[in-house]
Design a protein around this ligand. Sequence first.
Ligand code: C5P
Length: 408
Amino acid sequence: MHIPANKSLVNKHILLGVTGSIAAYKAAELVRRLRESGAEVRVVLSAGGAEFVTPLTFQALSGNPVHSELLDTEAEAAMGHIELARWADAVVIAPASANVIARLTQGRADDLLAAVCLATEAPVAVAPAMNQQMWANAATQDNLQQLRARGVHPFGPTEGGQACGETGPGRMLEAADIVRRTAELFDTGALAGLRVLITAGPTQEAIDPVRYLSNRSSGRMGYAVAQAAAEAGAHVTLVSGPTALATPPRVERIDVRSAEEMHAAVLGRATDADIFIASAAVADYRPAAPSEQKIKKTTDTLSLELVRNPDILAEVAALPGGPFTVGFAAETANLLEYARDKLARKDLDMIAANRVGGGLGFEAEENALSVIDANGVTELTQAPKAQLARRLTALIAEHFRRRSECFL
Ligand code: C5P
């Protein structure tokens, strides 16, 4: 499916490193383009970069404070190098001077940008910009080769006229190309060609025409998984309870309100799916007989009779030849024990358990997951939900392929 260019980085945190090269002025345009593509941008400006463009320019364009100091107590208290490293979905250094390329190769940690690059789990890309002789120098070429071997992505450079008056390779890629290459970092292809069905959000169970029973689920984790699965190349159908979230790019969304509506929407599609991920917080009970009229407050007490809702996940897991099933277990206590029990009782392929409360879970920006299957537990440590969703998606892809290979 085609993603509109202006939406290719929706919900992404891009940490842009700007270093000492005349091409630093082009980084200002890059910040604008990244934001137009939907990314949130934070700029780390090296001492060399600050010689070319002021922090104020990047602050105004990114809408965030600019980060430059490694050992400044105030700056570290606001957002330190480890937090920046964790915040980033990708680190893009543009322009990348010969100096920063050499420093990354050595694994230095003596300025903020180098320290963030060492500390991050996110992909790192460099867009070199330098004089053609500096680019051609064996030292730079060796450095690049080492960085590439370590998984750093080189973006460019291209050839052409240079600020110094020479012509040759060493020109930084244009901003639009850097944005496109950055978006491609997330297209892993791990689920290419597969159909993934996902539930997300809360359900609302009607009491009368204006009232309902529901829960605190924001839907964020499920939407993040839907986005990550689409980026991994899957055809994604998201069956969503009521949320305030925008549909991720390339995701087909079906809106439902109640557990019964979600049940019908999922069971109608489950046999076509390769993978089913149940992240919705489905209400376990619904009012037995919702009132057709608004209930009046005429009595001191009011009792509601509730009946059990269907267990959507358990039903999908029981389908003969059904999809690979992944459940979630949100618990306030005895996390692993309850999750293991759910894995066995519902006959799931995998379960992702998260502790709710204490700043984690439903309404929080970050989460941590213990992912359990027949072979054991994988811990996905605390991270923003979008990153966690990508790690979970990679794990699901790996386990799905392994199970499929067993059946060959
Ligand atoms: O049993 P429990 O509700 O804790 O199980 C949680 C898992 O089961 C989640 O993956 C949730 O989406 C799914 N579920 C469901 N239908 C229900 C209840 C839970 O699909 N009625």
